[in-house]
Design a protein around this ligand. Structure first.
Ligand code: SF4
Length: 456
């Protein structure tokens, strides 16, 4: 069996499963956030009754992260609905925006978008926060009401996004009926050259197979090249499996996975026992592809979709209005460190926004010191508008007052993961997807720019 089949066999109590089988799968974790949480709770109460209890209060993880730092009253109310539900259900893992368990969340626009407005438990973008808070474990099944839940496949688990109706059912029963996806195998060889990032790997790959090239399939990543990729790198790649239509993306388990997961479970006091899955001889792939990481170059996905792959160096005539570094895909600590390598001692010439995915990443950047300055200060000195209010921000557009939202027909280069029309706000805006290094280099010139000439 493939890695995905092994996990789904175990989770369904079967000796073996194969692609196409329909199986009832037990969930280890159900994650939801402020956009889909209220809808999921509504389905749960409608179907199971107003006084029903969730199937396991330790396995429902609630992470408000999307429309948080906005004065939009309905968005603020969504966070309050989550808080009320958590109180009612006694849910253990709720990463609230405020510290007062009976309070109401209100964003204060008068304090500006840059200074922290959240409380001490807030965790930021769910996909980056789940591993930081010790909720991603090898061999487990993670369902989330968000399409980029597949990011947790970096940790050798089956992780996939589901809709509110399915999530309401999982909330009540802890189970879901799933068709086992066929697996496409990607063998990674070599290592990334300087200035080329994991984002370039996945943009290249989606360019190869298209936005529907992996519809309802599992993308399994292995090969000796994986050892050269950090956990952040693997998360970036797994995150965008959905952009090729995949059900999930999954990496092989190794010492890096183990060290990361063990440290995070211990730090947060979350369950530390898990059973990874490894490859066996008896595995069948629907396709196999080898990718030599050392041959990749900085890559951009042009509008209007993530498969419009082009090399950054060929797009130097594309003039830009804005640059954006952030999101679960491109707002991790390593992403900002790469941007800082490019921006150090230089100055951006277009509006540039920096939104760390989580408060922990804000802390990393404000405490990492290079040449007597924090990385945060290096980015600010380069002209990047850095906010301490970690979250999804403009990745998904959001309410009109969202930090970094593209409110006009602008051309934006972005470290995010999706560039369909209107994704970051205005319907006529155009989004070029790229690595944080390419976004940073492009911010310096106002045109799409290969970062290798600025890489230091
Ligand atoms: S950062 Fe963007 S892609 Fe990630 S969860 Fe938020 S809206 Fe979705």
């Amino acid at each position: 069996m493939t890695l995905t089949e092994k996990i789904l066999a175990r989770a369904s109590g079967s000796v073996r499963v194969k692609a196409g089988d329909n199986v009832w799968v037990k969930a280890d974790i159900l994650m939801t956030h402020d956009v889909c949480g209220p809808g999921t709770i509504g389905v749960f109460k409608r179907e199971f009754g107003a006084s029903a209890k969730v199937w396991d209060r330790d396995r429902v993880v609630i992470m408000p992260d999307h429309y948080i730092f906005t004065a939009d009253a309905k968005s603020n109310r969504n966070v309050d609905i989550l808080r009320e539900f958590v109180r009612e259900q006694g849910i253990t893992y709720f990463y609230d925006v405020i510290d007062d368990p009976v309070g109401k969340w209100v964003f204060d626009p008068g304090r500006g978008p840059l200074k922290r407005q959240h409380g001490s438990r807030y965790a930021g973008v769910c996909h980056a926060a789940l591993p930081q808070k010790g909720h991603t474990r090898p061999g487990e099944v993670l369902f989330g009401t968000d399409s980029h839940t597949c990011m947790a496949g970096a940790f050798n688990e089956f992780a996939t996004g589901i809709g509110n109706t399915d999530a309401g059912f999982v909330m009540g029963t802890g189970k879901l009926l799933l068709k086992v996806p066929a697996t496409m195998h990607f063998r990674l060889e070599g290592s990334l050259p300087p200035g080329v990032m994991a984002k370039d790997v996945i943009l290249h790959l989606i360019g190869e197979i298209g936005t529907d090239g992996a519809t309802y399939r599992a993308l399994q990543f292995g090969g000796e090249g994986v050892a050269t990729l950090s956990m952040d790198d693997r998360m970036t790649i797994a995150n965008m499996a959905i952009e090729a239509g995949a059900k999930n993306g999954i990496f092989e388990f190794d010492g890096q996975t183990q060290a990361h997961v063990n440290a995070r479970c211990q730090l947060n006091g979350t369950p530390g026992a898990y059973e990874p899955v490894s490859r066996d001889r008896d595995e069948s792939f629907v396709s196999e592809m080898t990718l030599d990481l050392s041959r990749l170059e900085p890559t951009v996905a042009c509008p209007p979709d993530p498969a419009q792959r082009t090399l950054a160096k060929t797009l130097d005539r594309v003039r830009l209005d804005r640059a954006y570094i952030g999101s679960c895909t491109g707002g991790k600590t390593s992403d900002f460190l790469s941007a800082a390598r490019v921006l150090r001692g230089r100055r951006v010439v277009i509006e540039t926004f920096g939104v760390p995915a989580t408060p922990e990443i804000v802390h990393d950047l404000q405490t990492a010191v290079w040449g007597g300055r924090t990385v945060w200060q290096i980015l600010v000195d380069a002209g990047v508008q850095m906010t301490e209010n970690a979250g999804c921000a403009a990745c998904l557009g959001g309410p009109a007052d969202t930090f970094g939202r593209v409110n006009a027909a602008l051309k934006c280069i972005s470290a995010t993961n999706r560039n369909f029309p209107g994704r970051m706000g205005h319907k006529q805006s155009e989004v070029y997807l790229a690595s944080p290094a390419t976004v940073a280099a492009s911010a310096l010139t106002g045109r799409v720019t290969d970062p290798r000439e600025y890489w230091s």
